[in-house]
Ligand binder design. Structure first.
Ligand SMILES: Nc1ncnc2c1ncn2[C@@H]1O[C@H](COP(=O)(O)OP(=O)(O)OP(=O)(O)O)[C@@H](O)[C@H]1O
Length: 494
């Protein structure tokens, strides 16, 4: 037998067995329930029992057959997870491991209610013995993502930092170390270790951790072909000399297409044997113990970790920094306004005060309005789609409210657009020679600035209603066209 279970017979008193080398794994009676919900320092025990299926594409004839003769569920569904039970306590750092395709990500997604809708589940996930739902999980947890895009290390660490900045009592991480070099991976898991030592409950999937990283974990869940091969302390099994334990477990549980039959027999044997083991019985007992004494789950944690004023302050600061880092966008807007206004001024230069001049004034005013409204509308229409992922993640992590984010966007961009509109109007107004009275000039200036603000709001509305930049830009024309058609139109009796 590849996995030799260590003998725990000296410590199998279920009322208070102990594991000397772990401060957090046993006994749950002391480390879990007694520490739950003390003040704001929320402690979470997560327990579960999960089955999951995915629809598999059938061949045409099979599909017709199953429709006609209502075949059993097994023929149309592949079982991804089978009776996977588990429990993770406060202060525990738990690794989910297994060969590729073993079901790690599927399990993690079901536990944090981010399940792919194509996967059907029959699952019970409980927080401190109370049936959990999406609201509860998102309130108490941080959910680390696989980061894509920029070069690995810093991006991934930033992602991790943004998830843990609020110190959620429950943290899910999907492959937090992949793409990191060994020293970065080590420091990331060490920081998780520290969080766990402060009472947080952390579950993560991990691929091929080094021996040093592996020993930072308290507990281990091993999956093979969607079934539970082991759950328990991370040092529960003997490993051959000079072997990395993680590599050994994964190799032992892997089912290769070449030796599918033999590998499957071996893994089934391991799973069956684990199902009859003392360790499995302990886990069942732990789950039973925790779930039969549901603990009060503190529901009234504040909606946001900072007050509205500081949310506003920090978001404003970030927006300013972003604008300063990217001065080209502002420069282009201002230079464009100068060029268009000079061009307009040259065409309509110093209009005469006669009949033609009146008609040309109407034309010039139309172009001024067009440029200072639709120009700005186009400038802001990509605002939200480009920020969507970041804003969604940050607001979900209770960093700030969407309303404050929107206000900041409006207010931080306002000076830029006010200055641009003012430059445009000043140059074109005096070149065209509309009216030499300064009072009239300021009235026109104020009107145009207000007009540009309305256009910006319309642009932001289109932007917020669009799932991506392409849709946002495509929506501008149908939204603007009716306004253009009605401009300068008077009803007969007016
Ligand atoms: N929506 C789905 N439809 C069909 N099969 C699916 C679906 N989602 C997952 N699977 C299958 O379920 C199994 C487990 O997938 P999962 O992504 O959980 O594995 P994993 O252990 O995380 O693998 P890896 O380490 O390669 O990321 C795989 O065989 C996968 O093909």
């Amino acid at each position: 037998m590849v996995f030799q279970q260590q003998n725990y017979t000296n410590t199998t008193n279920y009322e208070g067995f102990n594991r000397q080398d772990s401060k957090s794994f046993y006994p749950r009676e002391y480390n879990s329930l007694s520490r739950i919900c003390q003040g704001n320092d929320m402690k979470i025990s997560l327990s579960w029992n999960v089955n999951a299926w995915a629809k598999v594409k059938q061949s045409f004839t099979k599909s017709i057959k199953s429709r006609l003769f209502s075949c059993s569920r097994d023929e149309a569904y592949k079982q991804l997870l089978t009776d996977v039970i588990g429990i993770v306590s406060p202060g525990e750092l738990c690794a989910i491991m297994g060969a590729s395709g073993a079901g790690k990500t599927t399990l993690l997604n079901i536990l944090n209610f981010r399940n792919n809708q194509k996967v059907e589940t029959k699952a019970s996930v409980k927080i401190n013995g109370i049936e959990a739902n999406w609201d509860m999980i998102s309130k108490y947890s941080g959910m680390g993502d696989k980061m894509k895009g920029l070069s690995g290390g810093e991006k991934r660490r930033l992602s991790y930092a943004s998830e843990v900045v609020n110190l959620p009592p429950l943290l899910f991480c999907d492959e937090p170390t992949s793409g990191l070099d060994s020293s970065m991976a080590q420091s990331l898991i060490e920081s998780m270790r520290k969080l766990a030592d402060n009472g947080k409950t952390i579950i993560c999937t991990i691929h091929q951790p080094s021996s040093q990283i592996f020993k930072l974990f308290d507990s281990l869940i091993l999956l093979t072909e969607g079934r539970l091969a082991y759950i328990g302390p991370s040092i529960g099994y003997r490993v051959p000399n000079f072997f990395n334990p993680a590599d050994h477990y994964i190799q032992t549980l892997a089912v290769s297409p070449k030796n599918k039959q033999i590998d499957s027999m071996r893994t089934e044997y391991i799973v069956d044997r684990f199902g009859k083991s003392e360790n499995y019985a302990r886990i069942l007992y732990d789950i039973y113990w925790t779930e039969s004494r549901p603990a009060f789950v503190e529901q009234d944690i504040p909606k946001y970790s900072a007050n509205y004023l500081s949310q506003f302050g920090w978001l404003f600061w970030r927006q300013l920094k972003l604008d300063l880092k990217n001065p080209i966008a502002t420069t282009v807007t201002i230079v464009q306004a100068i060029i268009v206004s000079i061009f307009l001024g040259l065409i309509f230069f110093r209009l005469d005060e006669n009949e033609k001049g009146v008609q040309n004034r109407a034309g010039a005013l139309f172009v001024i309005i067009m440029q200072s409204s639709f120009g700005f509308l186009f400038a802001v229409v990509n605002t939200f789609p480009s920020d969507l992922t970041l804003v969604y993640r940050e607001s979900k992590n209770r960093l700030y409210s969407i309303t404050i984010y929107y206000l900041v966007k409006q207010i931080a961009e306002m000076p830029k657009f006010v200055i641009t509109a003012a430059i445009f109007v000043t140059i074109s107004y005096w070149m065209i020679g509309l009216n030499d009275n300064f009072g009239v000039f300021f009235q026109v200036l104020l009107t145009i600035i207000l007009c540009s603000q309305v256009a910006i709001s319309c642009g932001l509305l289109l932007s917020a209603a669009s799932p991506n930049i392409e849709v946002a830009i495509a929506l501008v024309a149908p939204a603007v066209m009716p306004l253009l058609i009605f401009s300068g139109f008077f009803l007969n009796d007016m």
